[in-house]
Ligand binder design. Structure first.
Ligand code: CO
Length: 156
């Protein structure tokens, strides 16, 4: 059995910051904005095509987090297959962490299956995904807080 002191240490080392964003996959971004922007009244911070990921995204801030709408722009990507099989809705949750590489190392030691074993360059900072198999069926993204060590290493 893990002694309480170890559990406390692990909890501290694995601590997550705020929820950075919640990502929802949509079939048609303009149509989705007709709900999230026009009916719910959320502001739109950004709409951006990301050709390398073959998606168009929008960020809609809510307090200190945001909703990310993701529309696949071709049928071959993981997110496009997700949309085809599950339909529109929840796709992933993203937590902010202070030191992404350390967090990934510690999660791997604890047996969590990593999709990205090292931080990679995301649109808003260094990111890595954890496999839903290890996360109770939820795709989890981690993003390093601004000023963390991976920012310089990835050339932001
Ligand atoms: Co995301």
């Amino acid at each position: 059995m893990t002694p309480p002191s170890d559990a406390a240490r692990i909890a501290h080392e694995h601590r997550l910051g705020r929820i950075h964003h919640v990502a929802l996959v949509v079939r048609d971004l303009e149509g989705a904005l007709g709900f999230y922007r026009d009916i719910l009244g959320l502001p739109v911070e950004l709409v951006q095509a990301i050709p390398e990921d073959r998606v168009t995204i929008a960020f809609l801030p809510v307090d200190d987090t945001k909703i990310e709408l993701v529309q696949p722009t071709d049928d071959m990507t993981g997110v496009a297959r997700f949309l085809a099989s599950k339909g529109e809705g929840f796709h992933h949750i993203c937590f902010e962490v202070p030191h992404l590489a350390d967090t990934l190392t510690r999660l791997a030691i604890d047996g969590v299956e990593l999709i990205d074993s090292v931080p990679r360059k995301g649109a808003e900072g260094p990111v890595a995904f954890l496999h839903p198999r290890s996360c109770r069926g939820v795709l989890v993204e981690l993003i390093e807080a601004p000023g963390g060590p991976s920012w310089g290493a990835l050339g932001y």
